[in-house]
Ligand binder design. Structure first.
Ligand code: 8YV
Length: 321
């Protein structure tokens, strides 16, 4: 029986190519620039499995790629999967949970520290040569240790953030989630709070929910009015889980103190986006999982997922569809 054919829309490491070569026939897009949609449809002709990290998998693509049986995303989030269309075309979808949890949690704590202690801003001040002796109050930030942290979305990554905050920074950690997690509450000493209570009491608010129809603009103008003027808002989930305009307004009017962001409604963020001019906003280019170790582990897991999905050999992390 001939080996299944797999196409990857980005280059894969030698190690992963070697692994895949034992199970499938691999073709890869190795150009620096991103494949255009029409070119992608051509590349997927006669292909059984597609490895990608953000390509929209929808009715349009599935109608043009009749041989496709499985799509493996090199990401834990799969909001770029149209699950109804994939169900209709009987496409197996897989993703890469677990392997990035600690790396993303590290980035979230970094954003909390960078925003609270104004690290990018004061790094730039020191490098500008404008650091003057005298009233250092202008350099003051706010503490992170012993403060109240509210985590919205207590999934795997939420738990890792809670553990770091609780045991690393002596923070008082609460969470809001669709369902209670009594076992995690016991284990980590967390408090469950209704959303409005969490928003009104927390010093730091971390949003860590997947993007779904229920979580689109989950945090909007009303939610920002509930937050403390001294609070710091962190988003490392998806940009569309927040009403970005309302957030910008809240930052401009002092409804909240500051924000640390790794995701945006439009990515890359548009150069004229007002968030980029705000001193009290730390902006990162969606690097939650961006360490060489973790991205390699994600790509290898995605490779194992596509082999399992196409050959039935071994288990794979299927998305809920
Ligand atoms: C991915 C992420 O690198 O895993 C996710 O859901 O957001 C990141 O780890 C990103 O999605 C790649 O586009």
């Amino acid at each position: 029986m001939s080996q299944p054919i797999v196409f990857s829309d980005k280059p894969l490491s030698k190690e992963i190519q070697t692994y895949l070569a034992n199970h499938v026939k691999l073709t890869m897009w190795e150009e620096a620039h991103k494949l255009k949609r029409e070119q992608l449809f051509e590349k997927l002709q006669g292909v059984d499995g597609f490895m990608t990290s953000g390509e929209l998998i929808n009715e349009e693509l599935l109608q043009k790629t009749h041989s496709l049986r499985a799509v493996s995303t090199i990401s834990v989030g799969y909001d770029h999967f149209d699950l109804d269309a994939m169900r209709k075309h009987q496409i197996i979808g897989t993703h890469t949970p677990y392997v990035l949890d600690d790396t993303v949690a590290d980035l979230v704590l970094s954003l909390m520290l960078a925003t609270a202690r104004r690290i990018p801003e004061l790094d730039a001040l020191t490098k500008s040569g404008c650091w003057k002796k005298g009233d250092s109050r202008q350099l003051f930030g706010v503490d992170v240790h012993h403060k109240k942290l509210g985590i919205i979305g207590m999934g795997r990554i939420g738990e890792k953030i809670a553990k770091r905050a609780k045991f690393g920074f002596d923070m008082d950690v609460s969470y809001f989630n669709r369902n209670r997690k009594e076992d995690v509450e016991q284990q980590l000493g967390l408090h469950y709070q209704e959303l409005e209570v969490l928003l009104s009491e927390s010093d730091f608010i971390v949003l860590m929910v997947p993007l779904t129809n229920e979580t689109k603009q989950f945090i909007g103008a009303h939610e920002f009015t509930l937050m403390k003027p001294t609070s710091i808002f962190i988003n490392a989930s998806r940009g569309q889980t927040v009403d970005e305009e309302a957030m910008t307004e809240a930052l401009l009017t002092g409804e909240i103190l500051a924000a640390g962001l790794d995701v945006y409604e439009q990515e890359p963020i548009h150069p004229t986006n007002p968030l980029l001019n705000l001193k009290n906003v730390v902006t990162l280019p969606h690097i939650g999982s961006a360490t060489s170790e973790t991205r390699d582990a994600m790509a290898m897991l995605a490779a194992k997922n596509i082999v399992a999905a196409l050959t039935g050999a071994g288990a794979c992390y299927k998305v809920q569809n």
